[in-house]
Design a protein around this ligand. Structure first.
Ligand code: C2E
Ligand code: CA
Ligand code: CA
Length: 740
């Protein structure tokens, strides 16, 4: 043996541990059928130590006996095995058994033989991980010791590796359980459990203190055993000074203290930290300490994750602006109500602020936010703590509670008093709501379905009962479903060119000349029936399809007007109805002027008809657009005049050329003087504002005559003609009086 290293020879009395306690000796097993070999081996190694630990010897005199000892004790570091015992190859077979059957891969094996001839194959030595193979005569004292020392060292390394591997696995496992803890309390309890497992400590006396940056004093988060009474109290309350000081100093110095009990520092985000105390006298090995280190840094990650988790939960369920549950939070609250053990009826309402988007667009964002804050506060205060209040969309709030507390009347009353906004004038706002009551007799649908039902009712309310609350009923849902089907049919009809325009003549009442026509949409279905525009236009409006449809109407109507050149006078005008969605388009006016050029028409040959609701949507912007159209001489008529409420105000602000007196003031009994009188008032109004008038819905000669007498200039109605298809209109022109 050339690599003999005499440094390895150290005698036991030269070493010792720092604390004087004797470390465990290395256990060496001698397996040899020759008792002399046992004696000489022990004599040769007597008094020697390896890395500060003595050697202790165990004897087996046959392979069988050796196997028994090995089965009982897995802590042998080295076995010196004789090759030839009961049989020529007993030693080799034993080696095989140790590795393959006992699965002991840690023990180091030194094979010795008296007869040089019985050398095992070199593969065997490799395969069974044998440290050394020597003839007994080769092993002098020094060589024997060197061989054993090397074997012990590699045994010790293997053992360390294994421990680390197990420990790391444990840490990894511990970390993953800890990462799943969703609140600080659970996290700290989990840390304690895992620390005990890591340290193999069965002492129950563990506790954990947390330091919040805002709080000057640490407090006990979780405590076990004799400390459990301190849970939730300030650290100062702990009346064991040593433990208390240790925790304080660990938090203060931000490092572990592993002498006299184990106290670990666990840093967290934002200067937060935990300190954990394990009431244990266990001496920690280097690898224990390294494991704790890894554990602590993993806890820091879990800690960070916990904050993230909280933040995420906050984001996921809470509206950050008004500090109310958001849509998810609202759904969760409804689900809790559905799952509640005492089922009772409850109501869910969606409260949509009227004109909020308009207010938000003309005033600054801060003002919009202030309104939302004030509404949130109003709902919370007025409805009380029994009712869940959430913000489920931009300007939509969700409320859930006892149906008694959420009747339509009660909901209407929410906004009867104006909102007081900080530093601003009190603001009066209105809201439209959809209400879904779930009676306890009804098997509760899912939260999503309940919200959807309330949404259906809300939509209904917004279209037909603005400012009020509509209660969901199954008929509503059926109607909604029908509308969806109709909408998809409308899309197909539009793309397949099955929509048409019909034209209804405008008649000058003084001479019955045809002075223009209104274009009216017609949808002829495949079975030849007509679906009235009153039914499908609101659908197209809601679905956003109206803009494309409106463009098509404008182009078709203008093309039609261009085609009439030569058949009608220069002043003949085509009127197109313009809806809210079209008017909201930024480039509406430009597109219309563009179409004027495309079809080479003059401005006065085209007129748009607006209803009051279109005009008041956003008066400032509507005015800009109308002023622009005015510059091109395009006519502007106020449709259905008299049915709106803010007529006078609108008339004074917008550049309107013509009032179309709604047919509710025209049709019906001519004897109904009151209605005719109102029509008369409207005509006077028009005169004051220097506007023209046209009366729609004239069905009888009496109506026509009465209107003419009151000074109405033009008329439109079944008395003269129904809306006509293109060809019919040509026929109409042929027999009608020309405009001279
Ligand atoms: P509107 O603009 O008030 O159109 C006049 C409606 O009164 C037309 O119904 C017309 O057929 C009907 N009418 C005409 N004369 C008489 C009469 O003597 N008696 C009675 N009872 N009714 C008469 P229509 O064609 O069903 O259109 C209904 C509504 O649909 C229109 O009301 C208009 O608001 C909308 N609409 C039609 N076409 C379009 C369009 O191209 N674009 C837009 N945005 N809306 C349209
Ligand atoms: Ca019209
Ligand atoms: Ca009308």
């Amino acid at each position: 043996m050339s690599d003999v290293n005499d440094d390895l020879m150290v005698f036991a009395d030269e070493t010792g541990t720092d604390d004087g306690s004797a470390p465990l000796p290395w256990q060496i097993l001698i397996i040899d059928d020759d008792p002399d070999v046992h004696a000489t081996t022990k004599l040769a190694l007597k008094g020697l130590s390896v890395d500060g630990c003595e050697l202790s010897f165990f004897d087996a005199y046959s392979a069988e006996e050796g196997l028994k000892l090995l089965q009982q004790n897995s802590e042998f570091s080295v076995a010196l095995v004789d090759v030839v015992m009961e049989r020529d190859d007993s030693g080799l077979r034993l080696v095989q058994t140790i590795r393959d059957r006992l699965h002991n891969h840690r023990i180091r094996l030194i094979l010795r033989t008296g007869q040089p001839g019985y050398a095992p194959e070199s593969e065997t030595i490799q395969w069974y991980d044998i440290n050394d193979y020597r003839t007994k005569s080769e092993l002098t004292r020094v060589r024997l010791f060197t061989s054993i020392a090397i074997a012990i060292r590699s045994y010790s390394q293997l053992k360390q590796l294994e421990a680390n591997r197990n420990g790391l696995e444990q840490v990894v496992e511990a970390t993953s359980t800890i990462s799943q803890a969703s609140d600080l309390k659970r996290l700290s309890a989990e840390i304690l459990t895992q620390m005990r497992a890591l340290l193999n400590a069965d002492t129950p006396c563990i506790m954990c203190a947390a330091l919040e940056p805002q709080q000057d004093e640490p407090f006990i988060l979780t405590a076990e055993g004799r400390f459990s009474e301190y849970e939730g109290r300030p650290l100062n309350a702990v009346d064991e000074p040593m433990v208390r000081q240790r925790l304080v100093s660990v938090l203060h110095e931000q490092r572990h203290r592993l002498d006299d009990g184990i106290c670990i520092y666990l840093p967290g985000p934002n200067q937060q930290a935990l300190a954990a105390w394990v009431d244990s006298n266990k001496r920690l090995t280097d690898s224990d300490q390294r494991l704790l280190e890894v554990f602590a840094s993993n806890v820091a990650i879990a800690f960070e994750n916990l904050r993230l988790y909280e933040a995420m939960e906050q984001l996921a369920y809470q509206d950050s602006l008004v500090q109310l549950p958001n849509r998810n939070g609202f759904i969760a609250a409804i689900e809790r109500q559905i799952a509640s053990t005492t089922p009772s009826s409850f109501a869910v309402a969606l409260v949509d602020l009227d004109n909020f988007s308009y207010m938000n667009s003309v005033l600054d964002d801060a003002f919009g936010d202030a309104i939302l804050h004030a509404v949130a506060q109003r709902l919370r205060l007025q409805l009380g703590s029994e009712v869940v209040v959430a913000r489920v969309g931009g300007d939509v709030f969700g409320v859930m509670g006892d149906p008694e507390a959420l009747t339509p009347e009660q909901i209407s009353r929410l906004f009867s008093a104006p909102l007081s906004l900080h530093q601003n004038e009190p603001l009066r706002i209105a809201a439209t709501s959809g209400l879904r009551v779930v009676p306890d007799s009804e098997k509760a649908p899912s939260a999503a379905a309940i919200i959807k039902d309330a949404g259906v009712a809300l939509k209904q309310a917004k279209h037909f009962y603005r400012g009020q609350t509509v209660r969901f009923a199954t008929e509503l849902a059926d109607a909604a479903r029908d509308r969806m089907q109709l909408l998809s049919r409308l899309r197909t009809a539009f793309t397949k060119d099955r929509l048409q325009l019909h034209y209804q003549p405008f008649i000058r009442l003084t001479d019955e000349a045809t002075v223009g026509a209104e274009s009216l949409l017609r949808w002829k279905t495949e079975d030849g029936n007509y679906i009235p525009p009153d039914q499908f236009i609101p659908l197209a409006e809601q679905s956003g399809m109206m803009v494309a449809l409106g463009d098509w109407v404008i182009n078709t109507a203008l093309r039609w007007r261009a085609g009439l050149v030569g058949h009608v006078g220069d002043a003949f005008r085509v009127a197109v109805n313009v809806s809210l969605m079209q008017m909201r388009e930024d480039d509406f006016a430009e597109k219309l002027v563009q179409a004027l050029y495309t079809h080479q028409l003059k401005g006065h040959q085209v007129e748009i008809e607006l209803t009051e609701s279109v005009a008041v949507d956003d008066v400032t912007r509507v005015k800009e657009k109308l002023d622009y159209l005015r510059r091109y001489n395009i006519g502007i008529a106020m449709d259905d005049f008299g049915t709106g409420y803010s007529s006078l105000n609108i008339l004074s602000r917008l550049p309107i050329d013509r009032l179309k007196i709604d047919r509710s003031f025209v049709s019906g009994h001519a004897a109904d003087g009151l209605r005719l009188n109102m029509a008369h008032t409207m005509m006077e109004l028009a005169e004051n504002f220097q506007m023209q008038t046209i009366a729609e819905g004239i069905e009888t000669p009496e109506q026509r005559d009465a209107l003419r007498q009151k000074g109405c200039l033009e008329g439109q109605g079944y008395l003269f003609s129904k809306p006509l298809g293109q060809q019919q209109f040509y026929d109409w022109l042929l027999q009608s009086k020309p405009d001279t």
